[in-house]
Design a protein around this ligand. Structure first.
Ligand code: AMP
Ligand code: GLY
Length: 424
């Protein structure tokens, strides 16, 4: 089989790693990819939003399955473009990717189908928002409707902060047209857990749980980022929580999408909050999380290609999804200054220390080859160092030990990834 992966981050590197292990696969391409991914795949310089060029490439090379890693092309309708050309592709169509692409859509869906989530109101103008906020209790949460690189969510503690938030999202349009509509949502408290799942439009198979660390600094301080580290499984995701979510959230979401004429094929990522009143959906994403993929995928026992083919062919009910009874921790090595401003182009050394290991991995998020063929930093998030262990405590120690094996100038990481484990 020939496989094409679309994307260029640590998530796509983890996907490429898993695809390369499949005995069914003879050749992997990745567009546009990065220096780390090139260990497994031939990287082709086509951007993830160049749908026609990507589809033409897939047709020309006789690609048997294309896997879309990123949210932007999915929400933009890349799957529809591939399907129209008769190409097999893993990911939701545009009319299903809206589950992530519009927060107003997903909130309305949850309300209509009785899926537990925070109370909300969708507003269409700054005036309407301000009128509504007069009667709101604080803190309150403002969410730009569309994609905003994970930054379109503002938690406002006072009416003044909310007023500034309305201006930012709906007036100065910090997130562009993502702020044409806005969801105003009740503030919830509790632990956050991510559960990713495979779906074939009808059947859903949840994967093992994970937890992200979104803030840049230790102790959850500083700005929101794409994610500074993850661990899996979450000790807070108990059997009782799992039972509740299976009964009230997972299958119900898939059924709701099917009932709306938007069958979801691909990955649904459930962002959950374990509130004092039970689990609630914080958000849906329509693809693997990054860096959640970097701790979930290495623990998966199945051949990922077989699972993805079953999704595309509508026979996921035949698949028994299995995970190792172990744990994984991923620590992101970023460029100092991320997510605001940072220098790049520094040589990365020590990568050879991970060659051939199956207990520790380095997934590249932002790297490239320079003119001399050296691997250099090329982004805010540079590497994700994942290590396995029998327990979470062991995996965390292994991951931090492994972070010492690679170096680059201005290397920055959080030192408290997985600290919550100690509170379990
Ligand atoms: P989202 O992109 O919707 O997951 O929001 C980003 C982050 O904002 C979440 O991971 C939470 O930490 C926080 N958040 C979102 N919605 C709420 C809410 N209703 N109550 C409290 N925190 C929230
Ligand atoms: N790590 C969060 C996300 O991928 O959305």
């Amino acid at each position: 089989m020939k496989v094409l992966i679309v994307g260029s981050g640590g998530r796509e590197h983890a996907i490429a790693w898993a695809v390369a292990r499949s005995p069914k696969v003879e050749k992997i391409y990745c567009a546009p990819g990065n220096a780390g991914i090139s260990e497994f795949a031939e990287c082709v310089p086509i951007g993830a939003m160049e749908f026609d060029r990507l589809a033409a490439f897939a047709a020309e090379k006789g690609i048997d399955l294309t896997i879309i890693g990123m949210d932007d092309p999915l929400v933009g309708g890349i799957v529809d473009v591939f399907e129209a050309k008769g190409l097999k592709v893993f990911g939701p169509r545009k009319n299903a990717a809206i589950l992530e692409g519009s927060k107003a859509f997903s909130k309305d869906l949850m309300l209509k189908y009785n899926i537990p989530t925070a109370g909300y109101r969708t507003v269409y103008s700054a005036e309407e928002a301000r009128e509504y906020l007069k009667t709101a209790s604080f803190p309150i949460v403002l969410k730009a409707d569309g994609l905003a690189l994970g930054k379109g969510v503002l938690i406002c503690n006072t009416p003044e902060e909310a007023d500034a938030g309305v201006a930012e999202i709906m007036e100065t349009k910090k997130f562009g047209s993502a702020g044409d509509k806005m969801v105003i949502e009740e503030f919830m408290t509790g632990r956050e857990v991510s559960v990713l799942s495979f779906c074939d439009g009808r059947t859903i198979r949840p994967m093992t749980s994970a937890q992200d660390h979104k803030r840049a600094g230790d102790g959850d301080t500083g700005l929101n980022t794409g994610g500074m580290g993850t661990f899996s499984p979450s000790p807070f995701y108990t059997e009782e929580v799992d039972k509740f979510c299976r009964e009230h959230i997972y299958q119900r979401t898939v059924d709701a999408m099917a009932a709306e004429g938007r069958p979801f094929v691909g990955i649904i990522f459930f962002g959950l909050m374990l509130t004092p009143n039970g689990p609630r959906v914080l958000e849906y994403n329509c693809r693997f999380g990054d860096p959640e993929a970097q701790v979930v995928i290495p623990r998966m026992k199945n051949d990922m290609i077989e699972v993805m083919e079953a999704c595309v062919e509508g026979r996921l009910d035949e698949v028994d999804l299995r995970f190792e009874d172990n744990a994984a921790v991923c620590v992101v090595l970023a460029s100092d200054g991320y997510p605001v401003s940072y220098k790049k182009g520094f040589e990365i050394t020590g990568l050879e220390n991970f060659k051939g290991r199956d207990d520790a991995f380095v997934f590249h998020a932002g790297s490239k080859f320079d003119e001399q063929g050296r691997i250099v930093t090329n982004g805010g998030r540079v590497l994700g160092v994942t290590a396995l262990g029998k327990t979470l405590v062991e995996a965390r120690a292994n991951a931090y030990k492994a972070t010492e094996l690679v170096n680059f100038e201005n290397k920055y990481m959080r030192h408290d990834i997985g600290k919550a484990i100690d509170e379990a």
